[in-house]
Design a protein. Structure first.
Lengths: 114, 113
């Protein structure tokens, strides 16, 4: 079975500050990991994904994430946030043995203070 | 424009009524999904469907049923709505396979009075 935990329900940062959103996963097989963002009144959009290779993956809008097998983590980072980054961020996991199913975390609400 | 489209945006109804939500994707994908998102933003997959099989989340009540005319359309019918059905219903699509990105529609917000 697979699961995803986003330990921070809400994160508040000031504009221009750096950001890290945490994600811990549990998987007995090789995981495929995703970060999605949901802006108000919209569906989810992919920020980045990790399948294999370089553990640091680059995404859209300056976001990046680092995969750590030893820590079972896939934390999302951004060097300098903008007020428009305020949204809900979801970490998700799937695998070869779960062909149809992507497991989403509960989401982290990011509030960027202008 | 290639995307996932959902109608209606918003629907208010009474307990016991039947409702139907539409979803269309123009991305050429072969698999479509319905998710339920509650007021706390928690996402739960309800169905996934491609031209070969329907996979149902076993926790979904039987009053929910997907309806597909072709691989570009997957509608959701709720036979007799309950108050706990109030939520946002998100449709998504992808190519069949665990690695592929899912593309989401904007959602249909249901309020059951």
């Amino acid at each position: 079975a697979q699961s995803v935990t986003q330990p921070d329900a809400r994160v508040t940062v000031s504009e221009g500050a750096s950001l890290q959103l945490r994600c811990k996963y549990s998987s007995s097989v090789t995981p495929y990991l995703f970060w999605y963002v949901q802006y108000p009144r919209q569906g989810l959009q992919l920020l980045l994904k990790y399948y294999s290779g370089d553990p640091v993956v680059q995404g859209v809008n300056g976001f990046e994430a680092e995969f750590s097998k030893s820590n079972s983590s896939f934390h999302l980072r951004k060097a300098s946030v903008h007020w428009s980054d305020s949204a809900v961020y979801f970490c998700a996991v799937s695998s070869d043995t779960n062909a149809y199913k992507v497991i989403f975390g509960k989401g982290t609400h990011l509030h960027v203070l202008p | 424009e290639t995307a996932v489209f959902q109608t209606p945006n918003y629907h208010v109804t009474q307990v016991g009524n039947e409702v139907s939500f539409n979803c269309k994707q123009t991305l050429g994908h072969d698999t479509m999904y319905w998710y339920k998102q509650d007021s706390k933003k928690l996402l739960k997959i309800m169905f996934s469907y491609n031209n070969k099989q329907l996979i149902v989340n076993e926790t979904v009540p039987r009053r929910f049923s997907p309806q597909s005319s072709d691989k570009a359309h997957l509608n959701l019918r709720i036979k007799s709505v309950e108050p706990e059905d109030s939520a946002v219903y998100l449709c998504a699509s992808s190519y069949w396979g665990r690695k592929d990105t899912q593309y989401f529609g904007p959602g249909t917000r249901l309020l059951v009075l």
